[in-house]
Write a protein that binds this ligand. Structure first.
Ligand code: FRU
Length: 325
């Protein structure tokens, strides 16, 4: 309850960017749906995968928000972590005559064209969480990954202090925009030019997947006798790293930081003292439905809607985390 209302207020607070051109919304009801209970607007939702709890939550958030509006029907597609499948599914949705497309793309480059094609046909397109290239979509909704990475970097720099230390970075899929931004932001926050005692001793792309993170961390442990902090681009990655360290009997000497902060995943890991910190990455599911309603009513919306974040650490977790302005 608290989380949901916080996200909604965050979305209104962090609205940035130019207004999307009205032309993008012109043919919102091109398939002819009336937008009534009997003949609802059909929203096609292309989800890149449902392998991680965070994506299951995103779909739930969309579903729950849409359930409050009988004039909406949402059709879900799961691309099972395959960009080509996702591309085909977007094309199928468009051919089925949806009124609006919501997409959380696996990777930017391969999904840019199908998204642009839907948009050029006059279907309003909401891109959620991971971006596509260019500007051929109606609006983007998502967290500020650069900022979250920067906050994680500042947190690690402060934790290691003047003595510095050895850091492992387990990256999310680097062909997806959150992976790129969480890495760039982290480097900014670490400020290696100033904090010369900090060394990144191992970096690997674990593609957002816990089993990959576990494997990569086993290699990091084998080649590095001293690791002080692991920064993983998501909580499944941080948890995979923790499990590898535990297997090697080294979990007590390493601090683990992740991103996502789902109540039953990352936040619980912090409460259970597995992770030292995590940062909220809102799904944007509820906000997407709010925006979809506006677009279907042919109202203008911002081209980019940026959602807020919170830190969850061992110090603040009992108080419900801390908002980051
Ligand atoms: C789920 C996920 C999240 C992450 C997001 C980034 O697939 O990996 O853990 O925050 O995608 O797009």
């Amino acid at each position: 309850m608290f989380r949901r209302s916080w996200l909604l207020s965050a979305s209104t607070l962090f609205v940035l960017g130019a207004l999307a051109p009205l032309s993008a919304c012109k043919k919102a009801a091109s398939s002819g749906h009336a937008g009534t209970k009997e003949d609802p607007f059909v929203i096609g939702m292309s989800q890149c995968n449902l392998g991680e709890p965070w994506r299951v939550q995103m779909n739930e958030d969309l579903k729950n928000a849409a359930a409050k509006h009988p004039e909406l029907k949402v059709v879900f597609k799961d691309a099972q972590n395959d960009s080509l499948t996702q591309r085909t599914q977007v094309e199928e949705l468009v051919n089925q005559g949806i009124d609006l497309l919501v997409i959380s793309p696996k990777e930017a480059a391969p999904l840019t064209k199908p998204v642009a094609e839907a948009y050029k046909k006059g279907i309003p397109v909401i891109v959620l969480d991971r971006a596509v290239e260019g500007d051929q979509f109606t609006t983007f909704i998502g967290g500020d990954n650069k900022k979250i990475g920067r906050e994680a970097g500042k947190w690690v720099a402060k934790l290691l202090g003047a003595a510095g230390g050895n850091v492992v970075e387990l990256e999310g899929l680097m062909t997806s925009t959150p992976g790129q931004d969480r890495h760039a932001g982290f480097l900014e926050g670490l400020d290696l030019a100033k904090n010369t005692g900090i060394k990144i001793v191992f970096t690997a792309d674990m593609q957002w997947l816990e089993p990959n993170a576990r494997k990569e961390m086993a290699s990091a442990l084998a080649t590095n006798p001293k690791i002080d902090v692991v920064y993983a681009h998501n909580d499944p990655g941080a948890h995979g790293a923790y499990l590898a360290a535990k297997e090697a009997g080294r979990e007590a000497t390493i601090k683990f930081v992740g991103i996502d902060a789902l109540p039953h995943e990352g936040v619980k890991y912090v409460k259970d003292s597995l992770l030292h910190a995590t940062f909220t990455y809102p799904t944007g599911g509820a906000e997407a439905i709010d925006v979809a309603l506006k677009l279907l009513k042919k109202e203008q919306v911002q081209k980019k809607i940026v959602l807020g974040t919170k830190s969850w650490t061992r110090e603040n977790v009992a108080k419900g985390g801390e908002e980051i302005p």
